[in-house]
Ligand binder design. Structure first.
Ligand code: HC1
Ligand code: SF4
Length: 558
């Protein structure tokens, strides 16, 4: 084993790319604005500077570890240097912290507090707010940007979109879409990953909570809420519980206290999606047409395909996303309600806000999904209402759509849709077959997975990708003929919905807890297969009769 010395303590080097990673492993929370292990190293913010034994200063993020290296992370010089950087950043940054969307979660605010910045020695050159509110998913304010470039790199390196980049030089430098267009007019897909990594309030998730409070307080409005699979394992940590803990029952209870009228689980909608998508898949396998079939539940992926691969649109499943299927069912169910009915979706996702506003999902001027609230927004509402989440008693969702299957719940993690569809189409309905499916390679948070299965005497090939860059690379191989698949699951966010940009941000290992939380929910569910969910059968025999196409499918090519 090889070691380096960090603040007089030996720390093992185990393949880390830079000393920053070794230092953090050694238990020192070195500050940075621009470092994420998933992104390329930019080395712009200089907050992670350290000293070697000769007093030379290095940026830890871009210095490779060497055995025997001696590093100090906290010397008078380094403290002075970091304070200087923070003061320079603050001198050019608006300080309306109390009214900022990022208040309490801003890294600049956090580090200013941590390093005890009590005054800024430079004059304030911050301009006025410079807002771009054109997107339904994200809001940009250039005046809060510290030029760390995290958003630029995630959009390009992880999502292969490149909607934003650095523009101008020197003091005019900023991050902007090409030609300073509003972001909504670009190829942005609304995935929100830029907001997830932004350390300040320069890019945030759009906040729609005020409108929802308004609806809740309106006595003539019936507020019906559906909760996405991934939310239950993403919300707990910030409300005093464990990362990845399934707190669905508490969410339901909290929403009721807030005053909503009915609460349901989007996993029920996912069960509908499984039946429709599996049916569509079997039909295409038989006809041999429009293969591979691409999944359609992720709206950022659908948008990406529309913008970059119009030729693939006929391969994308015609199934509406579970959120939209369920919303259509709910609107149909309450069609004759004497009160105005609004459907609210609590989602781990920012792109769902855009999906809800698509013209395909508006009928007679009314949306199927009236409001999409991110997990983070729900956290804010719970806090605003003064609900002590960790102490609230869990409650069950409402009837008549109160049952879900484990297959529907695992939609929230990459590979979940595929596993649910395989459960549906495999002939062997035994418990051992169920277990075997879990070990075919569908599980795990890797960005690209492959599996195959026997169906009606032929080998069916499947790919599962998350992160649009991974999707783009796979598409290239498919189009070049290097790879051939029958079914491809795509989720825009790396890891799937559990890592959606509407969730509290987790870098690193926490996502495994969220994934484990959903698989545990599946294990604990006494219905494993979507077709065994009694609600679904009742729907096909009742409300959906003659309306399956109208309520559950969509043609994105209109
Ligand atoms: Fe998802 Fe889906 S799984 S897209 O990741 O298919 O957002 O959680 O709700 O619609 O069910 C998100 C999650 C979610 C849909 C389902
Ligand atoms: Fe890029 Fe996604 Fe941000 Fe749009 S929302 S700018 S696609 S990272």
């Amino acid at each position: 084993t090889e070691f380096m010395i960090i603040d007089n303590m030996p720390v093992e080097i185990a393949g880390e790319q830079n000393i920053l990673a070794v230092i953090r492993k050694g238990g020192i929370e070195l500050p940075t604005f621009c470092y994420y292990s998933e992104l390329s190293v930019y080395g712009a913010c200089r907050m992670c500077v350290v000293e070697d034994k000769w007093g030379t200063i290095h940026a830890a993020c871009s210095t490779p570890p060497k055995p025997g290296m001696e590093i100090r992370t906290n010397t008078p010089r380094l403290r002075k240097y970091r304070k200087m950087i923070l003061e320079l950043l603050l001198s050019n940054h608006c300080r309306d912290c109390t009214t900022c969307e990022k208040n309490g979660k801003c890294k600049l605010q956090e580090l200013a507090r941590r390093f005890g910045i009590k005054q800024v020695r430079f004059s304030n050159t911050a301009g006025d707010a410079d807002m771009d509110t054109s997107s339904l998913a994200i809001v940009r304010d250039k005046s809060k940007c510290i030029l760390c470039g995290d958003c630029v790199r995630v959009c390009d390196e992880v999502q292969n979109v490149g909607a934003i980049d650095f523009a101008f030089r020197g003091s005019r430098m900023c991050v902007s879409p090409a030609f300073d267009e509003p972001i909504a007019n670009t190829n942005c897909v609304g995935c929100g990953q830029c907001a997830a990594v932004c350390p300040t309030g320069a890019i945030v998730v759009r906040n729609d909570t005020a409108k929802l409070w308004q609806e809740i307080s309106d006595k003539d409005t019936k507020v019906v809420v559906q909760i996405a699979p991934a939310v239950r394992v993403g919300i707990g940590k910030e409300l005093g519980l464990g990362e990845g803990e399934n707190v669905m029952g508490r969410i339901v209870a909290a929403l009721r206290r807030m005053g909503v009228d009915e609460v349901f689980d989007t996993s029920t909608g996912a069960d509908l999606t499984v039946l429709e998508e599996a049916g569509e898949f079997m039909f295409r396998l038989e006809s041999g047409e429009k293969l591979p079939l691409f999944t359609s539940c992720c709206p950022a992926w659908v948008r990406y395909a529309e913008l970059n691969h119009p030729e693939l649109m006929e391969n994308i499943s015609t199934c509406r996303s579970p959120m939209q299927m369920f919303a259509a069912v709910l609107k149909e169910q309450y069609r004759h309600s004497h009160r105005r009915v609004v459907v609210v979706a609590v989602m781990p996702c920012t792109a769902k806000k855009q999906e809800a506003a698509r013209e395909e999902f508006i009928e007679d001027g009314v949306r199927y999904v009236d409001y999409v609230i991110s997990t983070q927004e729900l956290i804010q509402m719970i806090k605003e209402a003064g609900i002590v989440f960790a102490e609230i008693e869990p409650e069950a969702v409402d009837m008549p759509f109160g049952t879900t299957s484990g297959a529907g719940v695992i939609f929230g993690v990459t590979g979940g849709v595929t596993e649910a569809v395989i459960r549906r189409i495999s002939d062997d309905k035994s418990v051992s077959s169920l277990r075997a499916i879990a070990f075919t390679g569908v599980r795990g948070l890797e960005g690209v997975k492959e599996t195959s299965l026997d169906f009606a005497g032929r080998e069916v090939k499947i790919a599962i990708v998350s992160g649009l860059k991974n999707a783009a690379q796979l598409l290239k191989k498919i189009q070049k003929g290097e790879k051939q698949y029958d079914f491809v699951e795509v989720m825009a966010c790396p890891g799937g919905c559990i890592c959606g940009a509407g969730q509290p941000f987790i870098g690193g290992e926490g996502k495994w807890n969220r994934s484990a939380g959903l698989y545990e929910a599946d294990r604990m569910s006494n219905i494993k297969r979507s077709e065994e969910n009694p609600v679904i059968m009742a729907l096909y025999g009742g409300l959906l009769k003659g309306k399956v196409h109208k309520l559950l499918h969509v043609d994105y090519r209109r």
